[in-house]
Design a protein around this ligand. Sequence first.
Ligand code: NAD
Length: 484
Amino acid sequence: MLSDKLWFDPAQVFIGGRWTAPFNGDGLPIEDPSTGSEIGLLAKGGTEDIDAAVAAAQSARLGDWGRMTATDRGRILSRLGQLILARAEDLAVIEALDVGKPLKQARADALALARYMEFYGGAADKLMGQTIPYLDGYTVYTLREPHGVTGHIVPWNYPMQIIGRSVGAALAMGNACVLKPAEEACLTALAFADLAHQAGLPAGALNVVPGLGAEAGAALSRHPGVHHLSFTGSVATGALVQAEAARNIVPVTLELGGKSPQLVFADADLDKALPFLVNAGIQNAGQTCSAASRILVERSRYGEVVDRMAAGYAQLRTGPALADLDLGPLISARQKGIVESYLALADDLTIAARGQIDPEAPAGGHYLAPALLSDVSPDHRLAREEIFGPVQVVIPFDSEEEAVAIANGTDYGLVASVWSDNGARQMRLARQLRAGQVFINNYGAGGGVELPFGGMGKSGHGREKGFEALYGFSVLKTVAAHHG
Ligand code: NAD
C-alpha cells in the first residue's frame, strides 16, 4: 500500500518550508504502472504556485540561505544524505510503485540520491576562485557565486537520480531551487523536500511544485525571477524550455535523449561484453536516456553476437515492480503505445528475440516484452530515432571507419562504448565518437556520481554530475582592485 509508505501528503505542494494545498486546489491521479490502478492523489500546481515558489526562493537567497557559509551548506547536504540512507528502503518502494521500476533498480536510485548529497555536500566548499597577475597596482581575483534562483524540470524515468545530480549541485553552490517533477512521478521529489527540511535546509531553499508540464513546467521556464534552468526530458520540450529561457536571457542546461551505440570489434572479449550489451538496453525497461539502443558489431562476429544476445533475451522476464524481475512495466499506456508503434515498423525477419511477460502480471499494467531487432539498416527509423522502451537494434559493420560513421550518424550524441582489446583503436575512437561520455570495455562505469554527464547535438548541452556541475550551477565574477 502506497499510503503506508508515505509520511507526507502528495496532494500538497512544498513552498517556503511549508506544505500547502495548491492554489487552485486541483489534484491529479497517481497511477501504479504495474496495475494501471489509481493509488493516490497528487497536487496539481499551476502558475500561482510557481510564482509563490519563486518568491520563496528569492526570499531564501536574501535570508539565512544566502548568508550561509559553503561549509554549512555542505553539512546540511551531508546530513540529508544520511537521512536518505536511513529511509532508502521506503524511498525505493515509493519509487517502484510510482514509476514501475523493479525494486532493485529503485534501491540503486535511492542510494545514488544519497551519494549525490554526500558528494555535493563534500564539494560545497571546494570550488575556489583565482588571483590573476595584472597591471602594476592592481589585485585581481575571481569569485564563484550562485546564479540565484534555479529552476529544475525533471522527467519520470529516474526521478531520484536526476534530482540528485541537478538540485544537489545547485544547492551546494548556494542557489535556491524550484523543482517541477514530472506529473507521472512526483512522490520521491516530495519525499526529498521533506527530508531536506528535516536536515535543516532553510525555508525556501528548495521548493517542489508538482503539476502538468504545459502549466507548472511552462510557468517555471518563462518566469522572469529564475536565473538558471536545468531541464531533463524530450528534445521537443527542451526546445520549448530553451526558447522561453532565451526571452529572459537565462542560461539553460539541457539533458535530452539519445540513441547510444556500443561498438563491438572482432577482438572484443565477448564473455565480458555480453551482459553489458543486453543490460544497457533493457535497464528501466529501456526508458533510459543513455540506453544502449544500438549495438554495432564487426561482421565476422555478427551472427555470434545476435545469437548470444537472443539467448539472453529469451531469459528476460517482465512483471510488477515489487516482483523485482528483470523489467517492470512502461510508465504509462501512452508510452507503451509509442513503443508498440515503433515495433510495428519491424518485420518478422528483423525480430531476433523477445523476452517474456510474467503470466501473473496484472492485466492493467503497461507491460511490453523486450525486443531484439537484427538486420535493421542504419538509415531505418528504428535505428535512428529514440524509442524509449526495451528495444535494441543490432547492426553489422565492415571497418572501423564505417563503425564510427554509423555510430555518429544520428542526431544524438550522449554515450558510446567501444569493445576491443586494441589499445590504439580504443584511444582513436574515444576521440572520434561524438558523445558526452565514451566507455572502453564497459558501459556506464557503474553510473558514478563523479562522472560528468551530458550530450552533444540533440542530446543537449551543459554538464551535470561530478565536480563539473558546480561550474554550471555558479557564475564567475572578476574583482579588480586598484591600490596603487
Ligand atoms: P518530457 O519532455 O515530456 O517531460 C519532461 C519534463 O518536462 C516533465 O517534468 C514535464 O512535465 C515537463 N514539461 C512538459 N511540457 C513542458 C513545457 N511545455 N514546458 C516546461 N516543462 C514541460 O519528457 P518525458 O517524456 O517525461 O521524458 C522522456 C524523455 O526524456 C526522453 O526523450 C529521454 O531521452 C529524455 N531523458 C533524458 C535524460 C538525460 O539525462 N539526457 C534523462 C532522462 C530522460
